[in-house]
Design a protein. Structure first.
Length: 147
């Protein structure tokens, strides 16, 4: 297994369940957590109301130092959406285990998150008619991008 595919993944989600960012890191210490939080704060405008992470203690340190006014939730089932989002990434990684570097793996995961957001339409939330329209719009956007 390559060094890049063994690295921890930290996906973040927006208010509507879309993947905002996936960030690969070699370590999971407080310095890496602060770097991750700073990257998110710089990339997205404004501070979040709520942050959901796993129970890793370094996230508590980064939260207290960088954005103490937001709510930090690390309860047992709150992080399920992030953990489940890794499944599709892990399936893709199995076929592409030979990443040459962390940079190459990071580029792949960034693109994968964007494409996943485009085609993850939330079928259970809309009627069949609306879903068909959303799917047609997603494929039209895809055609524009790849043309």
């Amino acid at each position: 297994m390559s060094e890049a595919s063994a690295s921890p993944k930290a996906p973040t989600f927006g208010g509507y369940g879309e993947v905002v960012d996936v960030y690969l890191q070699k370590r999971r210490d407080s310095v890496a957590a602060k770097r991750f939080f700073k990257r998110l704060l710089n990339k997205n405008s404004g501070e979040p109301r709520k942050i959901v992470t796993d129970k890793l203690r370094s996230y508590d340190v980064a939260h207290r130092e960088l954005i103490p006014e937001s709510i930090h939730d690390n309860s047992q089932y709150a992080n399920n959406r992030a953990e489940l989002s890794h499944q599709s990434t892990r399936v893709r990684e199995r076929g592409m285990r030979k990443f040459k570097s962390m940079k190459q793996a990071q580029r792949f995961l960034d693109i994968h998150a964007t494409v996943s957001n485009l085609f993850n339409l939330g079928r259970h939330l809309v009627s069949a008619k609306i879903y068909r329209l959303l799917r047609l719009r997603a494929f039209a956007s895809w055609e524009i991008v790849v043309a």
